[in-house]
Design a protein around this ligand. Sequence first.
Ligand SMILES: Nc1ncnc2c1ncn2[C@@H]1O[C@H](COP(=O)(O)OP(=O)(O)OP(=O)(O)O)[C@@H](O)[C@H]1O
Ligand SMILES: [Mg+2]
Length: 250
Amino acid sequence: MHKFDVEEAKETGFYVSGTSGSGKTTLAKHLVKDLILNGCTVIVLDASRAWSTNSPINNTVTLNTPLQNNPTRYPVVNTVFDMTKLAIAERFTFCDKLCEATMQSRINAPNPKKLDWLFLVFEEAQLYLSNGCMRSLHKYGNVLNVISNGRNFNVRFGIITQFPANVDKAPVKITQQRYFGLTTEKNDLTYIKSFFNTKQEAEQVRNLEKLEFMYQYRGKTEKIKTYYFGDAPKKYELTGYQIELPTYIL
Ligand SMILES: Nc1ncnc2c1ncn2[C@@H]1O[C@H](COP(=O)(O)OP(=O)(O)OP(=O)(O)O)[C@@H](O)[C@H]1O
Ligand SMILES: [Mg+2]
């Protein structure tokens, strides 16, 4: 079983891509659980409701309108923001304001490097970090501030997308742990290829099974398989007992 490097994630974030149903959210739930067990606080922007059940985070806030949901009013605890009721533009606005509020609160803290690490996990990241966003600071400035400067204030990010070619490459390049799931679309494959050392490695993403990923860690690549969140990993099945770990810490 591969080991997600939490310390590396604090420095450089993480990235998960793959077509619909490839297992991105399942994998990300395991990563988020690891982060929480290691003392990080995690906020997930979710437009699928998949994070509201069988989840490492048991606190879901359903957003009804962006105006009544000022991000500065939420305490900083592990939270899933359920965005399903928001229009796409409203999701963007909420994310923008959340990034702004997060960075402001950290910048104003007396000693931000002493604060717990805070992860913002962007499901459907192509919406918030779309291709070319680096050239449009007016629109994307707050989320880019999280990406570019967050580390100095103990804020890091997770990028999850089913449309890799629509996500700007710059934020992805920052991440040193990348998980590429099944992808067959031509433009996405071209995009993905640029992140692999060899053509052979890149080609493998066309033939992955559900829950399988090409895991890139500091430039090295291995094929891994995750398991449904809540299921015991295979290697524990023979021991006859379960190791109980807290699934969340508030
Ligand atoms: N606990 C579970 N038991 C059985 N099947 C599951 C479980 N969790 C997820 N699945 C199935 O596994 C597949 C992968 O699910 P997952 O939500 O991780 O995919 P995804 O890549 O995030 O998809 P999407 O892009 O649609 O969000 C889906 O077919 C889903 O229905
Ligand atoms: Mg998903």
